[in-house]
Design a protein around this ligand. Structure first.
Ligand SMILES: Nc1ncnc2c1ncn2[C@@H]1O[C@H](COP(=O)(O)OP(=O)(O)OP(=O)(O)O)[C@@H](O)[C@H]1O
Ligand SMILES: [Mg+2]
Length: 259
């Protein structure tokens, strides 16, 4: 099935592994290069809006309405951000999981109705539920941020099982784009060991350069700005710049025919 616009899911079962920081900053970095990017927040924590300084409006609707049926036009959920070229579909922070339609393909169908983007980036929740399955079914590529610690690699293994389940259940073109080490310092022996294990499991070409620890990433988030705007000379800004550079040769532009 070809849906025109490539979709990248940023995902890991492990909480606090840098998914949202990566989704927001990668999306902003690519938008700054002139690409039209839609960031879709599938996590009811709603952190993407916070990270981009998008204030929730009273009575506003978020992505999760899609999962409870009703007549929602996905176009009505899109909000502009202060970054040129970057739009957002915020999460519905009031969604409590009730009334969920048992359909893994709702998000995929809805996103395929949107045109005019070069890439959609999905931020995902740290839980395995129908919303995450929807995100994986909607995706062409998966980017897995991982903090290189023992528990971090356990989470990646669990996620990879889910990845292969989804890939064999209808999304046969789903690709593992790469693992992105977060708060990464290869000079720390325990981190180097975990990264070596991950390279052995997934192939060393799938281990990306990584994002170094940088407190300014957390500060930028608190200020509601991507790191490239908040602290353009910081290590975090440099590392997300390099990630965006690395993405294109990795085949992020899944659909050659996308406008
Ligand atoms: N490279 C980094 N250096 C320092 N702090 C970081 C870095 N990347 C992320 N953080 C911080 O780590 C915390 C968790 O990051 P983030 O919210 O992106 O993780 P997450 O995987 O989206 O979490 P959740 O599973 O709750 O959605 C945040 O406070 C964030 O600011
Ligand atoms: Mg998050």
């Amino acid at each position: 099935m070809s849906e025109g616009c490539p979709v990248l899911a940023v995902t890991n079962r492990k909480g606090g592994s840098g998914k949202t920081t990566t989704a927001v900053n990668l999306a902003a970095e690519l938008a700054a290069r002139g690409q039209r990017i839609l960031l879709v927040d599938a996590d009811t924590q709603g952190h993407c809006a916070l990270g981009l300084g998008v204030a929730p409006t009273v009575g506003s609707r978020g992505l999760h309405r899609l999962f409870t049926g009703g007549q929602i036009d996905i176009k009505d959920l899109i909000v502009q951000t202060r970054c040129a070229g970057l739009d957002l579909i915020p999460a519905d922070t009031r969604f409590d999981g009730r009334g969920l339609y048992d359909d893994e393909t709702l998000l995929r169908q809805a996103l395929s109705r949107l045109a005019g983007y070069d890439l959609m980036v999905l931020d995902t929740p740290p839980s395995v539920d129908l919303v995450l399955l929807n995100a994986l079914q909607a995706a062409h590529g998966v980017l897995i941020p991982v903090v290189p610690q023992v528990l971090g690699s356990a989470g990646v293994r669990q996620l990879s099982q889910l990845f292969y389940q989804v890939a064999t259940r209808g999304r046969s073109d789903l690709r593992l784009v790469g693992l992105l080490p977060i708060m990464c310092d290869r000079s720390v022996p325990s981190q180097a060991k975990v990264l070596a294990e991950l390279a052995q499991t997934f192939g060393s070409q799938r281990i990306l350069r990584g994002i170094r620890p940088d407190v300014r990433l957390a500060e930028a988030f608190g200020a509601g700005q991507p790191i490239r705007d908040y602290a353009p000379r910081s290590r975090g800004a440099m590392d997300y710049f390099m990630l965006a550079e690395a993405m294109l040769p990795l085949g992020l532009q899944v659909s050659e025919t996308s406008a």
